[in-house]
Design a protein around this ligand. Structure first.
Ligand code: 4NP
Length: 157
């Protein structure tokens, strides 16, 4: 079993999209008993909220319904997850501030898995238009695909 946590700032735009996209890929591969998917945010403004309506619209058009409720990233997540994937460098910094001295999680940028533009930020679409969410969806889909391949290799699945 591998456990993957996607992390952004508010947990209402980027990380719930990554969560929904990756969960769909895991389900389609028949691996939902082998890979657990979740998401969280480093800020607490939106705790308990459903994803942003624009994130829901873009994902719904791709056949993915987002049902996650925003929650905060906590230090305990370092013990609970094998992968902690930050949407941008600021989120990564916010995560690493809480890093305990020992844990086994792999902590890195989501776009470490983007073969087209490795290690770039997933841009914050919150203050932009709908097309920003479409772009985010595409880069997340590309990265999730590579992430799933890596985890399948690790699990020999
Ligand atoms: P997210 O986007 O980090 O991708 O969920 C944001 C959501 C809310 C805010 C900023 C970014 N905000 O400032 O409220």
């Amino acid at each position: 079993m591998k456990k993957v946590l996607f992390v952004c700032l508010g947990n209402i735009c980027r990380s719930p999209l990554a969560h929904g996209i990756f969960q769909r890929m895991v389900n389609d591969a028949g691996l939902s008993d082998e890979i657990l998917v979740d998401s969280a945010g480093t800020a607490s403004y939106h705790i308990g909220s459903l994803p942003d309506v624009r994130a829901c619209k873009v994902s719904e058009e791709m056949g993915i319904t987002l049902t996650h409720r925003a929650r905060a990233f906590t230090q305990e997540h370092f013990q609970q997850f094998d992968y902690i994937l930050a949407m941008d460098k600021q989120n990564l910094q916010n995560i690493l501030i809480l890093e305990p001295s020992t844990h086994k999680a792999t902590v890195k940028l989501m776009r470490a898995y983007d073969i087209k533009h490795p290690n770039e930020d997933v841009p914050d679409p919150y203050y932009g238009e709908l097309d920003g969410f479409v772009e985010v969806f595409d880069m997340l889909e590309r990265s999730c695909d590579v992430l799933l391949k890596e985890i399948r290799e690790q699990l020999s699945l």
